[in-house]
Design a protein around this ligand. Structure first.
Ligand SMILES: Cc1ncc(C[n+]2csc(CCOP(=O)(O)OP(=O)(O)O)c2C)c(N)n1
Ligand SMILES: [Mg+2]
Length: 665
């Protein structure tokens, strides 16, 4: 076999396994792996720095399959290159319940070689901007001897049509992330048919306009792809390699058509494709010479890894310890001491400030003890209060700062944060208005699904933001966010709770944490604080009744002070009333039934107050509980007037409780 034949055989192995996986599942997407096999064969055999035996080597190149529907391409590569946690049986069980090979790649789902979860088009390319940014930030901190790798992305037409891709490429172009290299699977086919049905963008011109280097090549020509990668690696900007390909390459009747996109080829077409490709092996079998060549690729990076390990071992002790701490995601011990001291200070000084302000005060206090925190805002820095003293801007010329101006790109910011987190070595945090969580939601969902540690600093969390009016006032957002699995939504009521919420966020390694913070000032609710983090309980009694409680009031965030004032009114009328602060539903509902019942109590009447919709509260107050909150969109006006207008006042809360106390007639 000539070298050329071997190379072709290696690409065909990806095609054949992908055909077989999809045939066995009778569902999936054969077209992309068949069209892109040559591109990734060139990348993996000649360029990608990786060691299949050590999937998590920190300085490996990252390969992101943005077009997650082509998952069989990734699974085939992981199998062929010899990742130890994938076998041919896993390919045979593609898309089956409990398999390691789900329909779309899932980070953290049993396969170590999957860098990020993809499938919702556009997410992968946007996440990869975060990977590439993390690489630059860590290289600035630890030097090129320890951090020096590329991020390669395979993106489909759909990835580039999604709006998020514009935010992502504009950000990457601005930052000159020159180690980000994107292959466009330019097959001009989408599900509905030829791309000409719906799109006529000149992608090369578009990327160039965003500050990228952009080239066009024949994606079926390995040499041309290799030359383009060499050019890309030498570029001072991120590079788009627009690869002309044929979807379902080799399939006798379906190649080049949308029929190759998202269904099994069928036995006849599959056989015809293999014949055209010159592939004679039975399903799921790879000729020994081809498999051996692929396995060699999987160990090619061993020497590079060994060299890197030597460099890490030779680094000075402090650098090495800090690098390893970051990789292992261990907090500095001093961080918890800083939080304890801050809580004592807040108790002593009783700041009556907005929680966005106490968030800023918290950041000021802890920022030196959490050097892995990189924070920013989607152009709302002065509103989100995310930028504190020692933080310097991250710029295209200097990545040693820790503050990111993400621009007006909420979705791109959230996706980039996912990439920074999944890259490792960084805890990303980013701010916008809570109402615009809708603009980030698909990326928040990916963070939750892939257990990425990300912190959202979302301020202006209710009608309490006032004059900007209903377009800016979140109403259903808390409920919608609480509905998302594996996302912690924390809505602190005062400075102490804000400090505790940040403490939770910085320690929560298994998923995203969202801080919902106020614009308006709040009275302190907590008069004492020990070392124990009460917010971590999700809900706790913040004010007891003067005796056995007749009424329990529940609230979060800015409505705690309303509940406390309502308690005073009710107590003055002789009704024994307690107040429970509920900063986090998810943490509360995760507790055992007995401890939850203790916090909920057994008062005759439960009333919740929150400047949002009721949905979700019944799980705590019961469906017969009273609720004071929002039943419509908000309005523009002074925030105090709005609370009056919408009836979210101590008097209304007391009234609701008293009405519930009346025996029903
Ligand atoms: C956000 C989002 N919208 C819709 C889909 C459903 N979907 C999957 S692939 C695809 C488009 C297919 O075209 P392309 O991206 O060019 O992939 P190809 O068919 O060339 O493999 C669509 C609409 C999706 N996965 N994500
Ligand atoms: Mg396409």
């Amino acid at each position: 076999m000539t070298n050329d034949d071997l190379h072709k055989g290696m690409a065909n192995a990806i095609r054949a396994l992908s055909i077989d996986g999809v045939e066995a599942a009778k569902s999936g997407h054969p077209g992309l792996p068949m069209g892109c096999a040559q591109i990734v064969t060139t990348l993996f055999t000649r360029f990608l720095k990786f060691d299949a035996s050590n999937a998590h080597w920190p300085d490996r190149d990252r390969f992101i399959l943005s077009a997650g529907h082509g998952s069989m391409l990734l699974y085939s590569l992981l199998y062929l290159t010899g990742y130890p946690d994938i076998s041919i049986d896993d390919l045979k069980h593609f898309r089956q319940v409990g398999s390691k090979t789900p329909g779309h790649p899932e980070r953290g789902h049993l396969l170590s070689g999957v860098e990020t979860t993809t499938g919702p088009l556009g997410q992968g390319i946007a996440t990869s901007v975060g990977f590439a940014l993390a690489e630059r930030i860590l290289a600035a901190r630890f030097g090129a001897a320890l951090v020096d790798h590329h991020t390669y992305v395979l993106a489909s037409d759909g990835d580039l049509m999604e709006g998020i891709s514009q935010e992502a490429i504009a950000l990457a172009g601005h930052l000159k992330l020159n180690k980000l290299i994107v292959f466009h699977d330019n097959n001009s086919i989408t599900i509905d048919g030829p791309i000409s049905l719906s799109d006529s963008v000149d992608q090369v011109a578009r990327f160039k306009a965003c500050g990228w280097n952009a080239l066009s090549v024949d994606g079926l020509d390995g040499e041309a792809v290799a030359k383009a990668i060499e050019t890309a690696q030498a570029s001072d900007r991120p590079t788009l390699i627009d690869c002309k390909t044929i979807i379902g390459y080799g399939a006798p009747t379906k190649a080049g058509t949308s029929k190759a996109h998202g269904e099994a080829l069928g036995p006849e077409e599959a056989a015809g494709a293999k014949k055209n490709l010159g592939w004679t092996s039975p399903p799921f079998e790879v000729p020994a010479d081809i498999l051996a060549a692929w396995r060699d690729v999987g160990v090619r990076g061993k020497a590079a890894r060994a060299d890197w390990e030597k460099r890490l071992a030779a680094a000075d002790a402090a650098t090495r310890a800090e690098f390893e701490r970051r990789v292992e995601r261990q907090p500095l011990p001093a961080l918890h001491e800083a939080f304890d001291a801050l809580k004592r200070k807040f108790i002593a000084e009783k700041p009556a400030v907005a929680t966005r302000k106490s968030s800023e005060m918290t950041l000021e206090a802890v920022i030196p003890y959490v050097p892995e925190l990189v924070i920013g805002s989607a152009d709302l820095t002065p509103s989100n209060n995310t930028k504190v003293k020692p933080l310097e801007n991250i710029t295209p010329q200097d990545f040693s700062g820790r503050y990111m101006h993400f621009g007006i790109r909420e979705h791109g910011m959230a996706a980039a944060m996912n990439g920074m987190s999944l890259h490792g070595g960084i805890i990303p945090a980013g701010g916008t208005f809570l109402v615009f969580s809708d603009y980030c939601r698909p990326s928040i969902r990916i963070a939750a699904l892939s257990h990425a540690q990300v912190v959202y600093v979302f301020t202006h969390d209710s009608i309490g933001l006032g004059e900007d009016g209903p377009t800016h006032q979140p109403i259903e957002h808390l409920a919608a966010l609480r509905a998302m699995p594996n996302l912690l939504v924390l809505r602190p009521a005062d400075a102490v709770e804000t400090a505790e919420s940040w403490q939770i966020a910085l320690g929560h390694k298994n998923g995203p944490v969202l801080l919902a913070l106020t614009r308006q000032n709040l009275k302190p609710a907590r008069t004492e604080a020990g070392k124990e983090n009460l917010c971590a309980q999700g809900a706790y009694e913040v004010a007891p009744a003067s005796g056995a409680a007749e009424i329990s009031l529940f609230a979060s965030g800015s409505e705690i002070e309303i509940a406390l004032a309502a308690r005073d009114l009710l107590e003055a009328k002789g009704h024994k009333t307690r107040v429970v602060s509920v900063p986090c539903f998810e943490l509360f509902l995760a507790r055992d039934a007995a401890s939850r019942a203790k916090v909920v109590g057994n008062a005759k009447v439960n009333v919740a107050v929150e400047a949002g919709v009721r949905q979700g509260w019944d799980e705590i107050i019961g469906s017969d509980g009273g609720f004071v909150g929002m039943h419509s969109f908000g309005a523009s006006g002074k925030y105090k007037d709005l609370y009056e207008h919408f009836g979210i006042t101590p008097e209304k809360v007391a009234e609701a409780a008293l009405t519930k106390l009346q025996p029903r007639g």
